[in-house]
Design a protein around this ligand. Structure first.
Ligand SMILES: NC(=O)c1ccc[n+]([C@@H]2O[C@H](COP(=O)([O-])OP(=O)(O)OC[C@H]3O[C@@H](n4cnc5c(N)ncnc54)[C@H](O)[C@@H]3O)[C@@H](O)[C@H]2O)c1
Length: 340
């Protein structure tokens, strides 16, 4: 039984608390959040202790592992304190918005990198994982083109956006990791940012983007993002090769279809947002984390995968601002194996 504490009891912290409480091999011990009643409210749902003092998490003898769901600028400090106090870490993406801070973090935990896993939950989505496995088995031949469509139903609050690091570091970073997971080493990034939503004007950020990634294998990934989507949380992936293609379509709450006088084959809406759409992925992600801590094996995605995705985010930010195609070097020694 892995005894887990959560730092940050906001949107994603609450998702992790529920997932931990429901997992047979985990116990939610402590929830920490310095603001309001956030920690107490989440802890009370699952019979855990709560504290406003984050340092109490690192000092707690009965905590084996820490899930970090606090705002991005706090991740590095929390990772370093947790690792130095002997706790395993599952930290939300991104590791940080600054490559310098990520490298300082890596220096501070040198030799213990394998005690940190990064929450790129989409690797654990059963449909994406099935496509990757079927590509690896040669069903469509060598992967030539990967298309990832990821659109949120609506933009997050302005306060969240101000500290988000921009669309490529906050949102596209999931898709950069997915692209690396399928294609391995990426060598070139080209990005176009769009400001379509008036609320984003003057923010210096984009609310939509299209990114092209070229892999060392010659395969190309296209990522399409938007902060808004009238039809809901739009999460699709297509792998294309010479022998066919594999597609993950949007998931619905029900497979029952309605047909009537004015409409035929009408489905219900897409699963609402990340909490619902990726619920199974968060559960499988936690299962992998527990297994790696229990067996002392390296978790994947690692903190080096977190760094590699930030390399692509920084390159896309530069490309969208300058119009350049940006060459990127080998991002990390533990780059995902390309699917052939
Ligand atoms: N993997 C995913 O699907 C996913 C989804 C959403 C968010 N995230 C990531 O999770 C992180 C949190 O995002 P969110 O949407 O839950 O934000 P949020 O604002 O809803 O929650 C953050 C929580 O952290 C608390 N907090 C603030 N400062 C803190 C500190 N110093 N120590 C501890 N807690 C502190 C806040 O009070 C709040 O309760 C971000 O890094 C974000 O990128 C990941």
């Amino acid at each position: 039984m892995l005894k887990i504490a959560i730092i940050g009891a906001g949107r994603i912290g609450a998702v992790h608390a529920k997932t931990v409480a429901e997992h047979p091999d985990a116990q939610l011990i402590l929830v920490s959040d310095p603001f309001g009643d956030n920690a107490a409210d989440v802890a009370a749902c699952y019979g855990a202790r709560s504290t406003k003092d984050v340092a109490a998490v690192f000092a707690a003898d009965d905590v084996d592992a820490v899930i970090i769901g606090s705002p991005t600028p706090t991740h590095v400090d929390h990772i370093v304190c947790a690792v130095q106090s002997g706790k395993a870490v599952l930290c939300e993406k991104p590791v940080d918005l600054s490559m310098k801070r990520v490298d300082e973090c890596l220096a501070a935990i040198a030799g213990k990198e394998d005690s940190v896993m990064i929450g790129f939950n989409r690797r654990f989505d059963p449909t994406f994982a099935e496509i990757r496995a079927r590509v690896a088995h040669g069903e469509i031949g060598p992967l030539e083109q990967l298309t990832i469509i990821s659109r949120d139903p609506a933009a997050p609050p302005v306060a969240y956006l101000a500290d988000s690091g921009g669309i490529f570091r906050d949102m596209t970073i999931h898709d950069f990791d997915t692209a690396r997971y399928f294609l391995g080493e990426i060598v070139e990034v080209s990005a176009t940012g769009q400001t379509l939503d008036p609320a984003f004007r003057g923010s210096g950020d984009f609310d939509a983007a299209v990114v092209t990634l070229t892999a060392a294998s010659g395969a190309v990934a296209t990522i399409i993002n938007s902060r808004h989507c009238a039809s809901g949380y739009d999460q699709r992936l297509e792998a294309f090769g010479p022998l066919g293609m594999l597609e993950a379509v949007n998931q619905l709450a029900t497979s029952v279809r309605y047909s009537g006088r004015k409409q035929s084959s009408a489905d219900g809406p897409y699963l609402d947002f990340f909490l619902q759409r990726y619920a199974e992925a968060y559960r499988l992600e936690l299962g992998h984390f527990i297994e790696s801590v229990t067996h002392g094996t390296a978790p994947s995605p690692s903190i080096l995968d977190g760094r590699a995705a930030l390399v692509l985010s920084d390159a896309a930010t530069r490309s969208a601002r300058t119009g350049e195609r940006v060459a990127v070097g080998s991002p990390s020694p533990r780059v995902a194996v390309p699917v052939r």
